[in-house]
Design a binder for this molecule. Structure first.
Ligand SMILES: NC(=O)c1ccc[n+]([C@@H]2O[C@H](COP(=O)([O-])OP(=O)(O)OC[C@H]3O[C@@H](n4cnc5c(N)ncnc54)[C@H](OP(=O)(O)O)[C@@H]3O)[C@@H](O)[C@H]2O)c1
Length: 410
């Protein structure tokens, strides 16, 4: 494990900007009879980063990327031209850039969860000026359609299609109230897959009670930071984790939970026993590996286990096994599996889209937690299309807190 994270924590505001490259907005708002309308000053060209060569041995360098400038595409019936405001960087980006990954040489990574604004539309669902969620490449502009299916994680179910007016769980128009209340970075952090995974995980392990003793792994990361705050808002006793004493201190200082442990500490098992003398009721796990094995030993019979990811292997530069196997995806080992069966632990392990028919419920509840100051967005923003390679590399080399995002337009 050589994931070197060397940036220091930001100020009280968790929304830090690593670099400011000053991206000019391309839309000019004006008020007409029908409310806010948008005069689109669509540029003649757009910028895109493409993969130059597969990323081998899990090492991403600037040499893997090349920026190209291409003529702005013309839309046809059923299509929409969007300006990409911001994309989330996912921990698995470098796997996708690998020899067996979905990002092909000469192409961009099309799977990123993004916030965008509609510039031109000949599509039934998207209107000019809409702020939308979608999947986008490392690029400033893109053509999409409500007919596009989700890239990755299977097809959207009928309820989600009806709710979104699209064929993808990830493509939908944000309600105006959401756009008024939250900036694009918050829309894609708290209301993107990080916050929604945390929300549905806690809901499915619920009801979370003040008597519950909860361990939340990956608490300096994007999903864990949300899960820990949601559990705390329910009044539970919550213990988080960070890679090193400074990151553990950041967890308690920033997230306001009860305790945080350095998961790399030699005496971690002792510290865990002291933190949970009567055992653990709920474990939110996005990391797997040795930490999960230690925590599982302390889980009570009939307790609840929410397993959503495997950061321990995602961030391991030389992980074992097939990255696409279920065991690797959820970080499960045979030892943990045995404990789950022997203690009749309720296991929740899924990809978040399975709950996306309840997206509005999630948006409303998390908005309320933000409004009542019980939930802080935790994200790190890198500005400027020029900084895509730098931003992606920083996911693996720097002390990112929460969701790492690349912003191309305000
Ligand atoms: N099921 C779903 O729908 C779903 C949704 C979102 C994400 N995921 C998956 O969930 C996982 C986490 O996602 P994320 O976006 O929260 O990741 P993230 O923002 O990159 O955070 C990773 C977290 O894991 C911790 N970590 C790294 N190596 C560790 C180790 N060896 N032992 C213990 N903790 C370790 C990091 O702590 P330090 O940085 O302090 O070391 C950090 O807190 C990924 O596998 C992702 O693919 C699944």
């Amino acid at each position: 494990m050589t994931n070197q994270r060397i940036l220091t924590p930001g100020s009280m505001s968790r929304r830090r900007v690593l670099t400011a490259a000053g991206t000019a907005g391309l839309l000019l708002p004006f008020r007409g009879l029908g409310g806010v309308a948008w005069a689109a000053a669509t540029p003649a060209t757009y910028k895109k980063w493409v993969l130059v060569k597969p990323c081998t041995d899990n090492v991403v360098t600037p040499a893997h990327f090349r920026m190209v400038e291409e003529p702005m595409p013309q839309i046809k019936d059923g299509q929409t031209l969007i300006q990409v405001k911001l994309i989330n960087v996912h921990a698995s980006t470098r796997n996708r850039m690998g020899p067996k990954g979905s990002t092909k040489v000469g192409d961009t990574d099309k799977t990123n969860y993004a916030c965008a604004q509609v510039l031109q539309s000949r599509d039934r669902t998207f209107k000019e000026g809409d702020i939308i969620a979608c999947q986008a490449g490392w690029q400033t502009h893109q053509v999409i359609s409500s007919e596009d299916e989700s890239i990755g994680y299977g097809k959207a179910n009928e309820l989600v299609k009806e709710l979104n007016g699209t064929k993808s769980h990830w493509n939908y128009v944000f309600r105006p109230v959401m756009v008024r209340q939250h900036t694009p970075d918050v829309l894609m952090d708290v209301f993107g897959t990080s916050g929604t995974t945390a929300y549905f995980g806690m809901r499915e392990c619920g009801p979370i009670m003040p008597s519950d003793k909860i361990a939340v792994a990956g608490t300096t990361g994007s999903v864990g930071a949300m899960a820990a705050q949601i559990a705390k808002a329910k009044g539970a006793y919550v213990v988080g984790f960070g890679g090193g004493p400074e990151r553990a201190k950041w967890v308690t200082d920033t997230l306001g939970i009860d305790k945080a442990l350095d998961y790399r500490a030699k005496n971690l098992d002792e510290q865990l026993k002291a933190a949970f003398p009567d055992g653990i009721d709920v474990y939110s796990d996005g990391v797997g590996g040795p930490l999960t094995e230690s925590i599982a030993k302390l889980m009570k019979p009939n307790s609840r286990f929410f397993s959503y990811g495997s950061s321990a292997s995602v961030y391991d530069d030389t992980p074992e096994g097939d990255a696409r196997s279920t065991g690797r995806q959820f970080g499960m080992t045979d030892a943990v599996d045995k404990i789950i069966r022997e203690r009749n632990i309720k296991l929740e392990a899924w990809i978040v889209h399975v709950h996306y028919q309840d997206r509005l419920e999630c948006e409303d509840n998390l908005s309320q937690l933000i409004a009542t100051k019980k939930l802080k967005p935790i994200n790190t923003v890198v500005d400027g299309i020029e900084n895509v390679p730098k931003g992606i590399i920083s996911q693996y080399e720097t002390n990112v807190y929460g969701k790492l995002q690349l912003r191309f337009a305000a």
